[in-house]
Write a protein that binds this ligand. Structure first.
Ligand SMILES: NC(=O)c1ccc[n+]([C@@H]2O[C@H](COP(=O)([O-])OP(=O)(O)OC[C@H]3O[C@@H](n4cnc5c(N)ncnc54)[C@H](O)[C@@H]3O)[C@@H](O)[C@H]2O)c1
Length: 430
């Protein structure tokens, strides 16, 4: 039997109650009904107020979000060194947050929260590094510390153990490492005279090369912590970033000074040759809690000696000058540099200039008025003067130190006391 399509439509009856569409209402009457609805019981006012509130929120809230992510902005004081002066900050244009989310005015659309960055801090178990880690974690980023514990200590980071946004890797930066990150703060390097004779050149050259290679590979922004030592025994005072320095290339300090100069060269080569986004900070003498005790740096030496009631050792005639910056000021400068748009180099230091003898007197006033001062022969190539010109950082980063020596020094004393004498004795002596 062949298949055939049979039309049965003629069997169906048209029902008597068939739907007949209503004739369209005149549009004028719908509009006037809507208008009457709006006007009734002040509904129009409610609508207008709603629009005004929404617009206000759209204008104000994104502004707050855009600035608050940079570093939990607040005002730095001696009592709370992590408070930062409230001032206009440049919006960050980093890789994982920025152009894609922020519009050109720097505002983040309502409802979009700042996404935390993933950041590597090499040398993060050290003095400066651990304070930097505190700040980055506090503002909501994920931090991976890479450190070989040559001079760093796990105790400096112990308060972050168990935080899912914190990781600690024991690793020597002279070996390559692959990590997917947005930013690299490269601090790893023995920084004190006692430690830096143990091969800082390899760390500064090979370690910096490895970290620059990582930055290139994963597209991360790279910040080098260089040093005022690149100016050597300066013939220009105060030192401006354009000054090329006066370094003895074969002296006892040159392993550190020339190591950092090479690290700066490598950083700029990767910037020009491989388009890596880089930043260079030239750090001047910095002090604060968690400094290595007895590492040959003058502030930690004097504080430890005064607490132990030993004489304060001044090398040479004590007339050589240095500038001393409190660590929270430095951390603020480093973050501003990383988030800003300028490569540098930038001097980050406190322009307040003290002779070694003046520093010894401040330590006497703060800790032990009866501390004796003894003089020893000076070390080779000790710079006679050091004072940063920070005009560039002031102008381009909106940064300047806020904590003078007399306010900063007492802030490190209780930390040193606890570490030298232990909790119990520290409290008794306190
Ligand atoms: N503190 C200052 O006054 C000052 C001044 C100028 C420059 N800087 C620079 O700032 C950075 C931090 O200095 P700091 O005062 O915190 O010194 P620090 O010695 O306390 O910290 C350095 C950290 O780097 C780690 N490290 C050293 N070699 C390493 C390697 N090969 N691989 C992995 N980790 C390694 C150490 O274990 C330590 O945790 C250094 O690069 C230093 O040159 C500091």
């Amino acid at each position: 039997m062949g298949t055939e399509m049979i039309y049965r439509g003629h069997d169906s009856q048209t029902p008597s109650h068939a739907y007949t569409p209503k004739p369209p209402k005149p549009w004028l009457s719908s509009v006037s009904r809507a208008a009457r609805y709006l006007v009734r019981e002040q509904r129009l006012i409610f609508v207008l107020v709603g629009i005004a509130v929404a617009s206000l929120l759209f204008i104000i809230v994104p502004k707050t979000t855009a600035t608050s992510y940079i570093s939990t902005i607040h005002t730095a004081t001696a009592e709370d060194p992590y408070r930062i002066p409230s001032r206009t900050l440049q919006p960050y244009h980093g890789s994982s947050f920025g152009s894609a989310i922020m519009n050109p005015t720097g505002k983040i659309p309502l409802g979009l929260k700042r996404k935390g960055l993933r950041i590597v801090v090499t040398g993060g178990a050290g003095f400066v590094g651990s304070h930097l880690v505190d700040r980055l974690i506090a503002r909501g980023d994920s931090v991976i510390v890479v450190d070989n514990f040559f001079t760093g200590r796990k105790e400096n980071l112990i308060h972050h153990f168990g935080n899912p946004r914190f990781e600690l890797i024991r690793h020597d930066v002279v070996e390559p490492i692959l990590l997917e990150v947005d930013q690299i703060y490269h601090l790893a390097c023995p920084a004190s005279p006692v430690h830096y004779k143990f091969n800082p050149h390899k760390t500064n050259v090979v370690g910096t090369l490895n970290m620059l290679g990582l930055a290139k590979r994963v597209g991360a922004r790279f910040l080098l912590t260089s040093t005022s030592e690149v100016y050597g025994d300066p013939l220009q005072h105060p030192q401006v970033e354009t000054y090329w320095g006066n370094v003895n290339p074969i002296g006892v300090r040159s392993c550190y000074d020339e190591g950092k100069r090479t690290a700066e060269t490598l950083t700029m080569d990767y910037h020009r040759g491989a388009n890596v986004e880089v930043r260079i900070a030239r750090i001047f003498n910095t002090y604060g809690p968690r400094m290595c005790i007895d590492d040959g740096r003058v502030v930690s030496n004097f504080v430890a000696q005064a607490l132990r009631k030993e004489p304060l050792t001044v090398y040479g005639d004590g007339k050589q000058t240095r500038s001393f910056q409190y660590v929270s000021d430095l951390v603020e400068g480093l973050i501003r540099l990383m988030e800003g748009e300028h490569v540098g180099p930038f001097n980050l230091g406190n322009p307040g200039e003290f002779t070694m003898l003046e520093l010894a007197h401040v330590v006497q006033e703060t800790i032990e008025p009866n501390a004796r001062i003894v003089f020893r022969a000076n070390t080779q190539d000790d710079p006679h003067k050091r004072k940063p010109d920070i005009s560039k950082a002031k102008e381009l980063l909106g940064w300047e130190p806020t904590i003078p020596l007399r306010k900063g020094l007492p802030l490190m004393v209780s930390d040193f006391r606890t570490r030298i004498f232990g909790d119990h004795k520290g409290r008794l002596r306190g």
